[in-house]
Design a protein around this ligand. Structure first.
Ligand code: NOJ
Length: 556
């Protein structure tokens, strides 16, 4: 196979290389903060806003353009804060509104923008609207803000449809008076009814509330789930797999056309503010449908999860990058790349599983003997150089820069993800990628806070702490620091990508600045390009002019 010379088209409105006029998000590097596990300033075992404030110099020095902060709103944390009780208040375990406002100001002083997480598909059962709905009669306006319906069968004892919750089990829960409410996620997360004008205007007001507080953008949760088929049909193939089912055409509750009308109204709200305010969609949809979310009057960005889902294969990577780059350019946008987040197994562990293993179906027992730890670490480092060399924007997840592995052997007694209970203890869920960060060796949580964190860190995380890695040229942290600094000079100056002919196992492309990225996906060393000074390598080479397996290199 040759990967052909087929440069991606550059949209007409793309400013010339290096002129600095492109909106920041087109090429930005965004660092995702899972606030509960980032840094704990008050020693209660839970990360908080003031902990994050204390680490702003670290993030500035790392070179990130923006932070995306996972939900920080008042919440019973039934799903890590994606169950919001009050969209205008900060969860008391994380701080208060004054702390959040101080964070936004201080981040801006460091040249870092802040993206908040908006959760419009569902609220918490502790939201005032849901309490009102439960206390009100069937058919009342309070119930019309949610999807609350009569059941089927004698006495309405069966759920209204066969829809399944993403976390396992039926997607309907029965109220004491016999009606059922829809929850595509946990029962603590009732789905809001987006045909209801009150729901629509409330969320526009919530966006304004945060935009008035100088938030630079929003990550929109379950962006492909807001609209449901009003006929509430049964699904032919009801499944809990959000990704698989959201790629089916004309699905009853994923990726429905009505979503785009809502997005356009949000976009008009953002466009009314100064600065480059932006929205990024979490939309698990097919590559053909994704560009619809990126039309000029809709989202600025939508995460591309295909790279994260791909196997370790040069051809697959090439096709994903090529089609995503072209599809984004066709609607005037740039791709938004992701290898890790708070919902998926950490890359260092994922790449250590045997090729072809479905990491999502990883059972309640850990990977044990099948895991190749060294290969996982090598590939995660190579993948990071690929990610940071691609045109468009990149999102990295806290701890990715430290090369943290998945904490797959957390004691069952501490598991907190609703997936664990909902799957009848067959799936451990996502806690393994949400363990508090190690900042410095020693103490009860390696510098996360003055006490143990809400999830325990595995043994050996002292050596993975930011302090322990600093100054070690072989460390993951120093690799990220160097790559991000080089990306600012070479990678993010334009949106050009030209494929270089390569063999079956190699991916190679050149950026407009002359930066060349080569990744060896095969089992054997491959020759390096004849000309070019090596700027950065993810691991040792196999001799002076050969690139070792599972290794990436940047050349100029
Ligand atoms: C996607 C979020 O990333 C995930 O953490 C959450 O559980 C679901 N949406 C439901 O809000």
């Amino acid at each position: 196979m040759t990967h052909g010379a087929d440069p991606a088209p550059v949209p007409a409105d793309t400013p010339p290389s290096g002129d600095g006029a492109a909106p920041w998000w087109r090429r930005g590097l965004v660092y995702q903060v899972y606030i509960r596990s980032f840094a704990d300033a008050n020693g209660d075992g839970t990360g908080d806003v003031n902990g994050l404030r204390s680490k702003l110099p670290y993030l500035r020095d790392l070179g990130v353009d923006a932070l995306w902060i996972n939900p920080w709103y008042k919440s019973p944390l039934a799903d890590g804060g994606y169950d919001v009780a009050d969209y205008r208040a900060i969860e008391s375990r994380y701080g208060d509104l004054a702390d959040a406002e101080a964070l936004i100001t201080e981040a801006h002083d460091h040249g870092i923008r802040i993206i908040a997480d908006v959760v419009p598909n569902h609220s918490s059962v502790e939201h005032a609207w849901f309490s009102e709905a439960v206390a009100s009669a069937p058919g009342s306006p309070a119930r019309a803000r949610y999807h609350i319906r009569d059941g089927r069968g004698p006495g309405g004892t069966l759920p209204p449809t066969n829809w399944q919750s993403v976390f396992g089990g039926p997607a309907w829960h029965r109220l004491p008076d016999g009606q059922w409410y829809l929850h595509l996620f946990a029962p603590e997360q009732p789905d809001l009814n987006w045909t209801n004008p009150e729901v629509q205007s409330e969320f526009e007001a919530v966006l304004r509330f945060w935009l008035d507080r100088h938030i630079d953008g929003f990550r929109v949760d379950v962006a492909h789930g807001l609209v449901k088929d009003p006929a509430y049909p049964d699904l032919d193939n009801a499944t809990t797999r959000m990704l698989a089912s959201s790629k089916l055409p004309n699905h009853a509750h994923w990726d429905r056309d009505g979503i785009h009308e809502i997005v356009r109204r949000w976009r008009a709200v953002l466009d009314g503010y100064d600065g480059d305010r932006m929205m990024v969609a979490e939309a698990w949809v097919s590559p053909e449908r994704l560009p619809l979310y990126l039309r000029p009057d809709e989202y600025h960005q939508s995460f591309n999860f295909d790279l994260l889902e791909a196997s370790w294969d040069a051809g697959e990577m090439h096709d994903i990058i090529d089609s995503a780059t072209k599809a984004a350019a066709n609607v005037g946008s740039t791709p938004t790349w992701v290898l890790s987040n708070h919902d998926v197994m950490r890359a260092t562990t994922r790449y250590g599983l045997p090729n072809g293993t479905d990491w999502r179906s990883w059972p309640a027992t850990g990977p044990h003997e099948v895991l190749d730890v060294a290969r996982g670490a090598r590939r995660a480092r190579a993948a990071a150089l690929l990610l940071l060399a691609l045109p468009g924007s990149a999102y990295i997840y806290q701890g990715e820069e430290l090369g943290l592995p998945e904490a797959w052997d957390l004691p069952e007694s501490v598991l907190d993800d609703p997936v664990w209970e909902r799957s009848g203890h067959t799936m451990r869920g996502r806690d393994g990628c949400r363990v508090p960060l190690p900042w410095s060796p020693g103490g009860p949580s390696n510098g996360f806070g003055s006490d143990a964190g809400w999830l325990p860190q595995p043994a050996g995380w002292d050596r993975l702490s930011a302090e322990a890695q600093t100054g070690d040229p072989t460390s993951s942290l120093e690799l990220f620091r160097s790559a991000i600094a080089l990306r600012r000079v070479h990678g993010a100056v334009d949106e050009q990508l030209d494929w270089i002919t390569a063999d079956d196992s190699t991916l190679a492309f050149r950026r407009g600045s002359g930066l060349t990225c080569v990744v060896n996906y095969g089992p054997e060393p491959v020759p390096l390009p004849e000309h070019g000074e090596i700027l950065l390598a993810s691991g040792p080479q196999a001799g002076a002019d050969r690139l070792a397996p599972d290794t990436a290199v940047w050349l100029r």
